[in-house]
Design a protein. Structure first.
Length: 274
């Protein structure tokens, strides 16, 4: 039976490749079809519950990312308008309050300048609206993370926002047999780039980049601190590693700690449900 299913899956994949060669403009649809056909015949795949808490956190995290990206775009537009209204533009970080103070001091003379000031005021209102939406969403995420009972926030540098990002990205940690598999998925597994007697490891570009970024932010936070992670980072530098190499070593340790925390959370949840 197992061999029959494997043959069917292989046949579906081969057929998909044949279609791909015939109609290269439809690659995405063919790839999706091949994946779906192969997955439907694989009894070892874990079932996914789209309504579990990790899915909720994923949706909230993605919504927050969209809002933050839109706020960044709005601030860039506002910066451009102020640059044309003020000689030399605006230096430094621009916030809604700072932009409002600057706009109050501008007295445009030409029609174009008056239009720029009106547009800047409109964009400023957009920024304030986005600030409120992000703040409200932060509160929802914090409440969901607290309700989940996760121990991730006990790791130095992991706040509710990053915890939600990690949980939402990982989903069920049971699909990773070991911390090494998790590290490979997160892109924190070392990639050797040694030459002769010099042993080096380079940045891995594989794995889930969203999860990798979250772990990177935790690593940067720890490296700048006096916590245990910061001491480990400085120890690696003292051993002769470059700063980026030391940070990658720290990120792998954080990856292992995150995996252990997620496993512990999963086991506790299973015992509570039993």
């Amino acid at each position: 039976m197992g061999g029959g299913r494997a043959a069917q899956a292989f046949g579906a994949g081969a057929r998909a490749l044949e279609l791909r060669w015939q109609r290269p403009q439809e690659n995405d649809g063919v790839d999706a079809l091949a994946t779906a056909l192969a997955a439907s015949r694989n009894d070892r795949l874990a079932a996914v519950d789209p309504e579990d808490s990790s899915e909720v956190l994923r949706l909230l995290s993605e919504r927050r990312e969209d809002l933050v990206a839109e706020r960044t775009r709005a601030l860039n537009r506002l910066h451009g308008l102020l640059r044309d209204l003020l000689p030399g533009g605006v230096a430094g970080t621009l916030s809604a309050d700072r932009a409002a103070r600057i706009l109050r001091g501008i007295r445009p003379q030409s029609s174009a300048s008056r239009t720029r000031r009106r547009l800047a005021s409109e964009v400023l209102r957009d920024v304030r609206t986005l600030d409120r939406k992000i703040a409200d969403l932060n509160g929802r995420i914090e409440a969901e993370v607290e309700a989940s009972g996760t121990t991730l926030t006990e790791i130095f540098g992991v706040g509710p926002i990053l915890a939600a990002k990690i949980i939402g990205t990982v989903g069920s940690v049971a699909r990773f047999p070991s911390k090494a598999h998790f590290a490979s998925y997160a892109g924190t597994a070392p990639v050797e780039a040694s030459s002769g007697e010099v042993v080096r490891h380079r940045l891995s570009l594989s794995g889930n980049r969203h999860l990798n970024y979250a772990l990177h932010m935790v690593a940067v936070c720890q490296a700048r601190s006096d916590a245990r992670g910061g001491a480990y980072y400085r120890k690696k530098i003292a051993e002769g590693k470059y700063r980026k190499e030391a940070l990658r070593c720290l990120k792998r340790r954080i990856s292992d700690a995150v995996f252990a925390s997620l496993v512990a959370d999963s086991q506790l949840l299973s015992r509570s449900a039993a």
